[in-house]
Design a protein around this ligand. Structure first.
Ligand SMILES: Nc1ncnc2c1ncn2[C@@H]1O[C@H](COP(=O)(O)OP(=O)(O)OP(=O)(O)O)[C@@H](O)[C@H]1O
Length: 226
């Protein structure tokens, strides 16, 4: 199993009377590509942040790739995330004054890819695979198009060869054609590396790319209590 949640409860600090998530049992098998949707505020990003170890549950078990995240401290969770989980954010979270290569190298630096020439080679390879021309590699990413930034964000998520890829509304800034290109590219890369994918979006028109679909309120028994 790639992800296994058991009795997971979460509320934000200072909002203990407003539980965001209560998930009894939820699993994501290895190599499955799962699409999660649900109304704004139902806890989708919170769920992704618990699975990636950016947040810790108040109670319950969060098992990811055989490791028990709830038993790790913050530093151990950060290390685990850097080595095993690729994360594509809605707003990309690239460092806007760094160029494409350095954005990817920075993520690699915190992970298991290694450093120096090997990491630079790996960054170049990813940029080539993702169709970013080499005359764009050394411009600050803020001077690149949204579609190019999006592909750099995928390259950054893949640099440490993660077993699990998490994406939070990654297509929300893309026009319909770029969205389809992005999805095709993402699906072929994840299939090639047999990655498990957990993808959150409001856009249910993307469901056909995935093995399975779930509405978060169907698995969250805290839904409706807040
Ligand atoms: N840092 C925070 N502190 C307190 N409450 C928060 C925090 N982040 C989110 N919340 C609340 O937790 C609930 C779930 O938020 P979350 O961002 O997980 O929802 P979402 O389903 O991803 O929403 P959207 O689709 O709009 O991105 C919301 O009620 C939100 O207001």
């Amino acid at each position: 199993m790639s992800v296994d949640l058991h009795g997971v409860e979460f509320s934000y600090p200072g909002s203990a009377n407003k539980p965001v998530l209560h998930i009894n049992n939820w699993t994501l098998p290895l190599a499955e590509k799962r699409f999660i949707h649900g109304p704004s505020g139902c806890g989708k990003s919170t769920l992704l942040n618990l699975i990636s170890g950016m947040l810790a549950p108040l109670s319950g078990k969060v098992h990811v790739l055989g490791e028990q995240l709830e038993k790790m401290n913050r530093r151990q969770r950060d290390r685990f995330r850097a080595n095993h989980i690729g994360y594509v954010f809605q707003q990309f979270n690239l460092i806007h004054y760094l160029d494409a290569v350095d954005n990817i190298r920075l993520a690699g630096h915190f992970g298991r890819t290694g450093r120096g020439a090997c990491l630079t080679r790996q960054s170049h390879l990813l940029l080539e695979t993702l169709g970013i021309k080499d005359n764009e590699w050394h411009k600050p990413v803020s001077r690149l198009s949204i579609g190019q930034q999006q592909r750099i964000a995928i390259a950054r998520a893949l640099v440490n060869r993660p077993e699990l890829l998490i994406a939070d509304e990654p297509t929300s800034s893309l026009d319909p054609r770029s969205r389809e290109n992005f999805m095709s590219l993402l699906m072929s890369l994840t299939a090639e590396h047999r990655m498990t994918v957990l993808f959150v979006s409001h856009d249910t028109g993307l469901q056909h790319y995935f093995d399975s679909t779930q509405a978060l309120p169907d698995i969250n028994t805290a839904a409706g209590k807040h």
